[in-house]
Design a protein around this ligand. Structure first.
Ligand code: NDP
Length: 256
């Protein structure tokens, strides 16, 4: 087997939460290009279905789009069941869905607090538990969580205290689940991106330019496709000895 073969996902099924746009779409596309059949889930079921159709036409892989709210445990269970019925098995979960609000701590509303924690932490936990119930009897699998450099640093100038805390929680939850499920051959790892051009990150806002771009070693943001190979690495056998790892992909932002 050549080293490139260890990145091959042919015959496997992957579920990507929030996979119809932004980073999630780049992850879904990358996994499909590596041979996986894809299930995309987000609250907007129509957008998920459209993205799945386009993905299938572009990559030649089978793809299913469905409605999923990761803050609702019953919805997580239902999505995993649909994915198993669609794929016949489920080998990869990418916990990508996330929420972020910019506000100083004193202005964060109770609703924003709950939304960010329930989506970014509760969603990762409930989706991971739902797939573990399938992966354990099947003999294992790979879970890739999308954390953030915000789990390690405090971003400026925008204030996002709960988001930062939620991503630190994602990193540590990754390690906790990795330890707990290693005996079941479920590997759990995380990718921590820096600034990436998506709807969540207004990278072209001039007010953010000094801190986000000028202060960064590479002096630029990333495109979503630049983060996808790290997700593929953890999803595939290429990372067979990696679990509990958090891989930062941030253009050097957090080294300065
Ligand atoms: P986007 O806002 O572009 O996409 C977020 C996706 O998550 C959407 O598809 C959205 O669909 C889905 N989503 C949100 N809430 C839920 C929910 N409750 N249930 C299911 N799906 C949900 O964000 P990005 O692509 O930028 O971010 C993707 C991930 O990467 C997030 O976890 C984010 O924190 C992380 N990240 C992003 C960075 C960046 O610079 N962009 C940097 C570091 C990390 P819908 O609203 O229809 O549910």
């Amino acid at each position: 087997m050549s080293i490139l073969d260890t990145f091959d996902l042919t015959g496997r099924t992957a579920l990507v939460t929030g996979g119809y746009r932004g980073l999630g779409l780049a992850f879904a596309t990358g996994l499909a290009e590596a041979g996986a059949d894809l299930v995309i889930g987000a609250r907007d079921g129509d957008a998920s279905a459209r993205a799945a159709l386009e993905l299938s036409e572009r990559t030649g892989r089978r793809a299913l789009g469905l409605a999923l709210d990761v803050t609702d445990p019953a919805s997580c269970e239902a999505a995993v069941q649909s994915a198993v019925e669609f794929g016949g098995s489920l080998e990869v979960l990418v916990n990508n869905a996330g929420a972020c609000f910019h506000a100083p701590a004193l202005d964060v509303t109770a609703q924003e607090l709950r939304t960010v924690l329930d989506t970014n932490v509760g969603g990762v936990f409930e989706m991971s538990r739902a797939v573990a119930r399938v992966m354990i009897p099947a003999g294992g699998g790979s879970i890739v969580n999308i954390g953030s450099m915000s789990g390690d640093i405090v971003n400026r100038p925008q204030l996002q205290p709960i988001y930062n805390a939620s991503k630190a929680a994602v990193h540590h939850l990754t390690k906790s689940l990795a330890m707990e499920w290693a005996e079941h051959r479920i590997r759990v790892n995380a990718v921590a991106p820096g600034y990436v051009k998506t709807e969540m990150a207004p990278v072209d806002d001039p007010a953010l330019r000094q801190r986000w771009i000028d202060d960064a070693p590479m002096q630029r943001y990333a495109m979503p496709e630049e983060i996808a190979p790290a997700v593929l690495y953890f999803a595939a056998d290429a990372s067979s000895f990696a679990t509990g790892s958090v891989l930062t992909v941030d253009g050097g932002y957090t080294v300065v």
